[in-house]
Design a protein around this ligand. Structure first.
Ligand SMILES: Nc1ncnc2c1ncn2[C@@H]1O[C@H](COP(=O)(O)OP(=O)(O)O)[C@@H](O)[C@H]1O
Ligand SMILES: [Mg+2]
Length: 237
């Protein structure tokens, strides 16, 4: 069986008195695409933030590459390959595309950075066409592509994506999911958070369903996709 890269046990996260995540378990194995789905407010973003060191953990344990990481900062974790693409992209708007991609490699000092930029351009030809354009002048979909490209420049061992399709036009949504699949096929391990349950589960190996701070269902993604409870609650059937 593939190595467990990320293992979360009994995770609880609170904002003041509000319990947003109420004790959840999940894991991500090497090479997997795992989807975390659930309604708005279920606790998905909070979970990603806690895992990546952006939000304090109230209770529970997080292991990354077999070692406990609870309490480590986001910067340190990103340097170790635990990389999140936040909701709303977070590109450097006053830098060009190429500069944004170079920033993504801040954790590296090898001599393959330019070669990796070319690889990113291979996945996202549109970024190549606009290499010298300022990121802030691009459309939402293009900025999502840039955010993904920038994250890949860090050579992530686990890539966490928070709602990459949110707010995009249907054509862009298709494009983004296509790229998620491409990146997965290239061997990048991913945890994909999506409200678009149908698309996310179609692509994934396994899935978890979150509701009100708890994991209520989990299993093979295809099984979840065909589960009547999932279809009723998250696929509008
Ligand atoms: N910064 C915050 N301060 C207080 N409550 C928050 C904050 N962020 C999220 N919450 C609350 O935590 C719960 C989970 O939110 P979130 O993790 O963003 O859910 P999701 O990403 O699944 O939509 C919600 O009830 C939300 O209102
Ligand atoms: Mg969210």
């Amino acid at each position: 069986m593939a190595a467990t890269l990320l293992k979360v046990r009994g995770l609880k996260v609170a904002y003041g008195g509000i319990q947003a995540v109420k004790g959840i378990d999940f894991e991500v194995h090497e090479g997997e695409l795992v989807s975390l789905i659930g309604a708005n407010g279920a606790g998905k973003t909070t979970t990603l933030k806690a895992v990546t060191g952006l939000q304090p953990v109230a209770m529970g344990d997080i292991e990354y590459l077999g070692k406990p990481i609870k309490g480590q900062g986001a910067w340190d974790l990103a340097r170790q390959g635990l990389v999140m693409i936040p909701e709303g992209r977070g590109t450097f708007t006053r830098m060009t595309i190429v500069e944004n991609l170079q920033m993504g490699a801040y954790n590296r000092d090898d001599d393959e950075i330019d070669a990796d930029i070319e690889k990113v351009f291979g996945i996202f030809p549109r970024l190549k066409e606009r290499a010298e354009q300022l990121a802030g002048t691009m459309s939402g979909g293009e900025q999502q592509m840039l955010a993904m490209g920038r994250a890949l420049m860090a050579r992530p061992k686990v890539l966490l994506l928070d709602e990459p399709s949110m707010g995009l036009s249907p054509i862009m949504v298709d494009k983004i999911f296509e790229v998620v699949e491409t990146i997965h096929k290239q061997g990048v391990t991913m945890l994909l958070v999506e409200q678009n349950a149908s698309r996310a589960l179609s692509l994934a190996d396994r899935g978890y369903v979150m509701d009100s701070g708890l994991v209520t269902m989990s299993g093979e993604a295809k099984a979840l996709l065909h589960d009547p409870r999932v279809r009723e609650a998250y696929l509008g059937e």
